[in-house]
Design a protein around this ligand. Structure first.
Ligand SMILES: [Zn+2]
Length: 286
């Protein structure tokens, strides 16, 4: 069909875009070697006409550890760009649930940090993958109960916790909108809900950066930019002032929502007395 040279070209292109998203990736062995073999035999990943073994493609792989990457977010100094989905490759996105009811936000909670968003829904409701990817973990622990971690093609990972039923296995390829499990209350949970986390190199980021949960978990944008400020919750001391230029018709609430912070916080930082904004006004976000 296609000459071999194109295969190689595509693969090295993918490898380089992957390296951009994961600049510190190095080949590492993980502690789950007994299970990797099973995984390697079982599945590969079909990447633009080339079938590659998943471990080789992803380099660092663990079906046990949520964070096997060894990435230190306090050293994060650059902006990283992501293309979250790509219709040209028939890769799309989907909300994690059919109905969104937020029961807890990302942020400090009861003296600890809550590294995801809690979405309440009755036991048995479907939980969906938000992007295309491959199942990295489908397991149980005391905190998240039955949980799934999906490694996405866009360079991010998502975690789905407290499930009553797991519908996927490690190594399964998955498309956005496919069912991965059912809502439950397993693990450390006070009632039926989905705990939904987004991770970059094993570090949690605010899911609100990607999704507008006030509109049924609508994806905000096809692109995502991660700044050092997005890791301040893990103690990133690297301070750059993050500024935002107001677009026509935008409200303070929309801008606050976009960055997962409170309106009052933006008003305080910018010494705003009212909620009135002007087009092209510069706001300090962080
Ligand atoms: Zn939670």
């Amino acid at each position: 069909m296609y000459p071999k040279i194109i295969y190689i070209g595509l693969l090295s292109f993918l490898a380089s875009s992957y390296a951009m998203a994961f600049p510190s990736l190095q080949l590492q062995t993980t502690r789950d070697t007994n299970r990797i073999n099973k995984f390697e035999v079982k599945k590969g990943v079909y990447v633009d006409c080339v079938w590659v073994k998943a471990k080789k493609y992803y380099q660092i792989w663990s079906d046990q550890k949520i964070n096997p990457y060894g990435f230190d977010p306090t050293q994060f100094k650059k902006v990283v760009h992501f293309q979250l989905y790509d219709p040209q490759k028939r890769e799309y996105w989907a909300p994690p649930l059919n109905k969104i009811v937020i029961s807890s936000h990302f942020g400090p909670r009861n003296g600890r940090y809550h590294y995801g968003i809690d979405l309440a829904l009755p036991v048995g409701e479907n939980v969906y993958s938000v992007f295309d990817g491959i199942i990295r973990i489908s397991s149980y622990n005391g905190g998240y109960g039955n949980f799934v971690v999906i490694r996405h093609k866009n360079g991010l990972e998502t975690l789905y916790g407290h499930l009553s039923k797991l519908r996927v296995e490690v190594g399964d390829e998955i498309k956005a909108g496919e069912i991965i499990g059912k809502i439950g209350s397993t693990g450390f949970s006070t009632g039926p809900h989905l705990h939904f986390s987004v991770l970059y190199q094993g570090t949690y980021i605010n899911p609100m950066l990607l999704f507008d949960f006030s509109k049924g978990a609508k994806l905000r944008n096809r692109k995502l930019r991660l700044f050092p400020q997005h890791f301040f919750h893990v103690g990133n001391p690297y301070k750059i002032t993050l500024k935002y230029k107001v677009k026509e018709g935008e409200t303070l609430a929309e801008i606050a929502d976009k960055y997962g912070i409170e309106v009052a916080e933006i008003k305080r930082r910018n010494r705003l007395k009212s909620n009135q904004l002007k087009v092209n006004q510069i706001l300090i976000i962080q």
